[in-house]
Design a binder for this molecule. Structure first.
Ligand code: DHB
Ligand code: MG
Length: 239
C-alpha cells in the first residue's frame, strides 16, 4: 500500500514537472516566434476580466490556425465556439482583403466580449459573429445556401461534435479543411471504457470520421500550456 501510494505521488510529481516543461517550451516558442502582441494580450486580458473560462487555444496553436487560414487568403472560414474571440482573430489575421470569417457563439456574455475584441483587433469588418445555438446557426447557413467554407474550426461543446461534423460537411466542398480542437483529452479518447460525456462526444465524432474514407483525417497530439490534447484535421474529399 505504502509503495503504491509512493509510486502514485512520484507519478503525480513527474506529470506536474512534465506540464511545467510543456508550458516553458510553449512560452519559448511563443516568444521566439513573436506569437504574442499587445492586441492578443489585451484580448486574453479582456476575456479573463470578464470571467470567461481560460480554455482558448494557445499562441502556438493560434499561429497554426493562422497559417492554415493564410493558405486560403480569399477564403471563407467558419468557427463553432467563439469564446472571447482569440482563435477567430488568429485565423482572420491569416485572411487577405477578400477573406471572411463567420463565428458562432451560444453564450451572450462570451459573444459580447468577443465582439469587443474583434473591434479592438480592427477585424470587425472581416468577422461576423452569430450569437445563437451552433446547430441552429449551421442549419440556417445550409438553408440559405451560403457559399461553402474553406476552413471550419470546431471548438464548442464536445458532446455535439458529431452533429457539428455532419453539418460542417454540408457547408464544405472538396478541399475544405475541418479542424477540431480537444480530440485527445489527456489521452482519454483511446479509453473505450470512458464515461466522460465530453470524451464520449469526441469518440463518436471519430467514429463518424472513420466511416468517411473519402475524407483524409489525421490527429496532431499536442502538449503545452493547454495540457495534453490535440487537433484533428480533415481534408474533405470529393462527394
Ligand atoms: C474544454 C473545452 C475546450 O474547447 C478546450 O480547449 C479545453 C477544455 C472543456 O470544455 O473542458
Ligand atoms: Mg478548445
Amino acid at each position: 500500500m505504502v509503495l503504491l501510494r509512493r509510486l502514485r505521488v512520484i507519478s503525480i510529481l513527474r506529470s506536474d514537472r512534465g506540464m511545467e516543461k510543456w508550458n516553458e517550451v510553449d512560452q519559448y516558442f511563443a516568444t521566439k516566434f513573436s506569437l504574442h502582441d499587445e492586441i492578443l494580450d489585451k484580448v486574453q486580458q479582456n476575456s479573463h476580466d470578464a470571467d470567461l473560462p481560460a480554455i482558448s487555444i494557445s499562441a502556438c496553436q493560434g499561429m497554426f490556425l493562422q497559417i492554415l487560414a493564410a493558405t486560403r487568403p480569399d477564403g471563407r472560414i467558419l468557427e463553432i465556439g467563439t469564446l472571447g474571440g482569440y482563435s477567430a482573430i488568429c485565423m482572420a489575421r491569416g485572411l487577405g482583403e477578400r477573406g471572411r470569417l463567420v463565428t458562432v457563439e451560444f453564450e451572450p456574455e462570451h459573444a459580447k466580449v468577443a465582439q469587443n475584441n474583434f473591434k479592438l483587433a480592427g477585424l470587425e469588418e472581416k468577422i461576423s459573429l452569430i450569437n445563437d445555438d451552433a446547430i441552429d446557426a449551421m442549419q440556417k447557413l445550409i438553408e440559405h445556401k451560403v457559399e461553402p467554407f474553406d476552413l471550419i474550426f470546431l471548438d464548442a461543446d464536445k458532446q455535439s461534435y458529431k452533429k457539428y461534423l455532419e453539418l460542417a460537411l454540408q457547408l464544405s466542398r472538396a478541399g475544405t479543411l475541418i479542424v477540431a480542437d480537444n480530440v485527445v483529452r489527456r489521452g482519454e479518447v483511446a479509453n473505450p471504457a470512458t464515461e466522460d460525456e465530453k470524451v464520449l462526444g469526441i469518440r463518436s465524432f471519430c467514429d463518424s470520421l472513420e466511416k468517411k474514407p473519402n475524407h483524409r483525417t489525421t490527429v496532431l497530439q499536442t502538449v503545452g500550456s493547454k495540457g495534453y490534447d490535440g487537433f484533428s484535421v480533415t481534408m474533405v474529399g470529393k462527394a
